[in-house]
Design a protein around this ligand. Structure first.
Ligand code: PQQ
Ligand code: CA
Length: 588
């Protein structure tokens, strides 16, 4: 009897795409999200739905979920574990916050190998030691490090295949995002990454490298007035110099691409968001400051910009526009539109036509927004002028402009934690935060490798009972369908499944499962430290496994001002947790 069941499971497994052994191919990458035995991309599929087609764990049995294994990241000072894991060839790959990469046995959690990038003294990450995950292709697994390097390792042994510098960490560059793999016609599969360092006046860019050698194929600066590169030669300029920037300000203008990108095979476009323009003090840089606080669609063949959409022109509150563009089919007025959904740090959820960047709609996903009244029909915010921190040169001593209380705080309606889109409910699930800040501007001059803000701030709660709120958002009605509040700010990503579930973690240490239709809490488990990473699911020997990295940290404890003081009790750490249903007899 048992043999028959096993045999039928494996036949089904083959029909759905079995567990892959050996090198990861273009087809495997393009198929990610459709083969439940593998998780090959950040986003659980190139379009970043974070939707698992698995339904073995579902609304009826999720309350029985128990730990299968847990893995310690070991070492000292562990914290800020923001990475999404990858699963391939019976192995789980996850990056740790101190630029480490761990390979574990997917069934037992046993360590297979570990790689420590050994960070030098003097690195300058703005927002804690963090890393959001790896990429996998061929026989290699890839990740970038806080000292702005990118490293390829043999995925079976952890041996270094190549190692390249993205940029100079002493100039404020770092790297915190998971790279993405994109198959191209002209240059085969490319590994595409961004840069971090907007708080130090770096020059934001997206770049693509050869997966086999790490050689640079193209680079695309995000700041208007700078010239792109293709195979060592200059190409086109991004926009026109000084059209939306004054003087030379664009040369240290930020717009870092620090959250990484997504790729849409249907339009063959790579989408990257861009961070704050530098410095934060917006009085020093009159104009819209393109392409900071924007979304860019880039041609993966050569790095050309196909379209740009700026969410916060003349940004002045650190509303980085890096948030991921999730490609989805929008059913509206009897038509199917190739859309992109994105929950911006500025508190508005945008739906764009992803073929051309045309604005479709934007509505708030947080309860309160003060910096803008609304988004107009062209997609441009209608500013609340008295919510822009005052010009310091207009103050009595010229040193500190007027303080305003702006909502959301600079840590945003949403920050680094990725949203999910359910192919089943057609809803987006957004880990959001409701908070504000006192913010003022100060004079500042650019100095290489020094903080370049020209602002002071203090984040404060706006409601008594919650800061975090997980929202189910309908991109057709542009309304919130349900929300579940959380006392501490949510800082971990979301996964949704064909089992009708939404999984997410909280700083209080709970991994939770909700009913995707109603938001009803169906299960929770405390992992003993705050969760700031997105969960994943995969199938192993016919069972569904659910994994998440645990370890409180990231920007909230560092920059949370008054709010951070209330979370002193949450322990940091570093571990990977995996759950599954107990054997049939135990679960009834
Ligand atoms: O402008 C930038 O280059 C940049 C980079 C990063 C980063 O690399 O993590 C963050 C931010 N900005 C930022 O503004 C921010 O709030 C933030 C939070 C976090 C985090 O991981 O918790 N990173 C970053
Ligand atoms: Ca920033």
């Amino acid at each position: 009897m048992k043999r028959t069941i096993l045999a039928s499971v494996s036949i089904l497994g083959m029909a759905m795409g079995g567990a892959l052994a050996g090198p990861v191919t273009d087809a495997d990458i393009l198929n990610d999200g459709k083969n439940p035995k593998e998780v090959l991309t950040n986003g659980m599929g190139l379009q970043a739905h974070r939707f698992s087609i698995l339904d073995k764990v579902n609304t009826k049995n999720v309350q029985n979920l128990v730990p299968a294994w847990s893995f310690s990241f070991g070492g000292e000072k562990q914290r800020g574990q923001e990475a999404q894991a990858l699963v391939h060839d019976g192995m789980v790959f996850v990056t740790g916050s101190y630029s480490r990469l761990y390979a574990m046995d997917a069934k037992t959690g046993e360590k297979i190998w570990e790689y420590d990038a050994r960070l030098p003294e003097g690195i300058m990450p703005c927002c804690d030691v963090i890393n959001r995950g790896a990429a996998i292709y061929g026989d290699k697994v890839y990740f970038s490090t806080l000292d702005a390097q990118i490293i390829a390792l043999d995925y079976k042994t952890g041996k270094v295949a190549w190692h390249k510098a993205i940029d100079d960490f002493k100039a404020g560059y770092s790297s915190s995002a998971a790279p993405i793999i994109v198959p191209t016609k002209a240059n085969g599969a490319l590994i595409i990454t961004g840069v971090s360092g907007g708080e130090f006046g770096v020059v934001g860019r997206v770049e693509a490298r050869d997966v086999n050698t790490g050689e640079l194929v193209w680079a695309r600066p995000t700041l208007e007035g700078l010239v792109g590169q293709y195979k060592g030669k200059d190409t086109t300029m991004t926009g026109k110099a000084n059209e939306t920037w004054a003087g030379d300000m664009y040369k240290t203008g930020g717009a870092a691409t620090w959250l990484g990108g997504t790729y849409d095979p249907e339009t063959h476009l790579v989408f990257f968001g861009t961070g704050n323009p530098a410095p934060w003090n917006s009085w020093l840089r009159p104009g819209d400051n393109k392409w900071a606080a924007s979304r860019l669609a880039i041609d993966p063949e050569n790095g050309e910009i196909k379209w740009g959409f700026q969410t916060t022109p003349h940004e002045g509150w650190d509303y980085d526009g890096v948030n991921e563009v999730v490609s989805f089919d929008l059913q509206k007025d009897g038509k199917t539109i190739k859309a992109g959904g994105t929950a911006d740090r500025n508190g508005f959820f945008y739906v764009l036509d992803r073929t051309n960047g045309k604005f479709i709609d934007a509505k708030p996903f947080v309860e309160k927004i003060t910096w803008a009244k609304e988004i107009d029909k062209n997609g441009r915010p209608v500013f609340n002028d008295d919510m822009r921190p005052g010009d310091p040169t207009k103050s009595e001593d010229g040193k500190q402009g007027k303080t305003v209380f702006a909502v959301p705080s600079f840590l945003g309606g949403k920050n680094q934690m990725p949203i999910a889109y359910s192919d089943q409910t057609k809803l987006f699930y957004i880990p959001s935060n409701e908070w504000g800040m006192d913010i003022h501007n100060e004079p500042v001059v650019y100095k290489k490798g020094a903080a370049y803000l020209g602002a002071g701030f203090n984040i404060k709660a706006i409601f008594d009972d919650h800061i975090g709120a997980l929202k189910a958002f309908d991109p057709v009605s542009m309304k919130i369908v349900w929300q579940v509040n959380n006392k501490a700010p949510l800082w971990g990503g979301v996964m949704t499944t064909a089992g009708g579930l939404v999984f997410y973690g909280t700083p209080e240490g709970y991994l939770k499962a909700l009913d995707a239709k109603t938001g009803k809490e169906l299960w929770k488990f405390n992992v003993g430290t705050g969760i700031v990473a997105p969960p994943v699911a995969w199938e192993q020997d016919g069972e569904e496994y659910i994994g998440v990295a645990a370890g409180w940290g990231g920007a909230v404890p560092l920059w949370g001002g008054e709010v951070a003081k209330t979370f002193k009790g949450i322990n940091q750490g570093g571990s990977y947790w995996v759950f599954k249903l107990p054997p049939k007899s135990a679960a009834n």
